[in-house]
Design a protein around this ligand. Structure first.
Ligand SMILES: C[S@@+](CC[C@H](N)C(=O)[O-])C[C@H]1O[C@@H](n2cnc3c(N)ncnc32)[C@H](O)[C@@H]1O
Length: 238
C-alpha cells in the first residue's frame, strides 16, 4: 500500500457488513406500514441497521416560539399532522440509537429554528454524535417574517466509533444540495429523493435495510428502492 493510501481518510469501499435481520412477520419491508414509529423501532433487533432517517413532526414548537409563519393553507395542512413533543422526539432518537450498527448513521431533518437553537440535548445519553450538516436548497420560496425560507437542514449523526474510512464511500456529495421536488402526493414535508438516495449509497451496501420511523410521503422508501436497498418504515397515518 502506498504512503498516500495508508494515510488517506477517504475510501470508496465499506468494510462494515450488516448482519442478517430477523424481523417479526408484521414488519414487512418495502411497504407503507401504518403504525407508531416507536413501536416499529422497538421491534427491530439491536445494532442491525446501517442507516436511519428521522424527520420529526414538531410544528407545535414553531407555533409556540412564533419563529416562522406561513400561508394559511400550508400551515393548516401541517397542523393536521400528528405532532411530536420534545420528549417523544428523544424517545425516537433513543430507539434509533439502539437499532443502528456501530459506526452507522442517522440523518435528522431540522428546520432553521432547531438548527439555530441547537438539538444536542436530544442525543444526551445516546452513543451518537454530530459529524456533518447538509443544506437542502428546495429551489422554492417559502414564508418567513424576515427572510423567506428556501432551505432545510439535514444533520448527520454517527454512532460511535466515529470514522469515515471504510464506512462512508461516496465523496462527491455537496453539503449544499439543490433539488426541486414535485409534490405530487400533497404531503407538505416531502424530502428530496435524490439526496437521500445518494446518502443511502454512501453509508450502506446493496440489499441493506434503510429505516424511517415517521415516513410521511415515504420519500425514503423511494430513495431506498432507487438505490437497490430495502426499506423498513411506517407512519402513524399510513
Ligand atoms: C415531517 S413528516 C415526514 C416527512 C417525510 N420525511 C417525507 O419525506 O415525506 C413527519 C411524519 O411523522 C408522522 N408521525 C407523527 N407522529 C408519529 C408517530 N408517533 N409514529 C409514526 N409517525 C408519526 C406524521 O404523520 C408525519 O407524516
Amino acid at each position: 500500500m502506498s504512503k498516500t493510501a495508508s494515510t488517506n481518510v477517504f475510501s470508496e469501499i465499506r468494510t462494515i457488513l450488516s448482519p442478517e435481520i430477523n424481523l417479526p412477520k408484521s414488519l414487512k419491508i418495502n411497504t407503507r406500514l401504518k403504525m407508531d414509529g416507536l413501536e416499529l423501532l422497538s421491534k427491530i433487533p439491536e445494532e442491525t441497521i446501517p442507516i436511519v432517517f428521522f424527520d420529526p413532526q414538531y410544528r407545535g414548537i414553531l407555533d409556540k416560539m412564533k419563529y416562522g409563519n406561513e400561508g394559511k393553507s400550508r400551515g393548516r395542512a401541517r397542523s393536521e399532522l400528528p405532532q411530536m413533543s420534545e420528549n417523544v422526539i428523544k424517545q425516537f432518537i433513543k430507539g434509533i440509537d439502539k437499532i443502528i450498527l456501530p459506526s452507522g448513521h442517522m440523518f435528522l431533518w431540522v428546520d432553521k429554528f432547531h438548527l439555530c437553537q441547537g438539538v444536542s440535548n436530544w442525543f444526551t445519553g445516546t452513543n451518537m454524535d454530530i459529524v456533518d450538516l447538509i443544506v437542502w436548497n428546495k429551489k422554492r420560496m417559502g414564508m418567513g417574517y424576515r427572510t423567506r425560507r428556501v432551505a432545510e437542514y439535514l444533520i448527520v449523526l454517527q454512532k460511535l466509533p466515529k470514522k469515515a474510512k471504510g464506512v462512508w464511500k461516496i465523496h462527491n456529495i455537496r453539503d449544499v444540495w439543490d433539488e426541486s421536488i414535485m409534490n405530487k402526493n400533497g404531503h407538505t414535508h416531502t424530502k428530496p429523493t435524490d439526496l437521500q438516495s445518494q446518502l443511502i449509497c454512501a453509508v450502506s451496501n446493496e440489499g441493506d435495510v434503510v429505516v424511517d420511523p415517521a415516513a410521511g410521503s415515504f420519500s425514503v422508501m423511494r430513495a431506498s428502492n432507487q438505490a437497490n436497498r430495502n426499506f423498513l418504515g411506517c407512519d402513524v397515518n399510513g
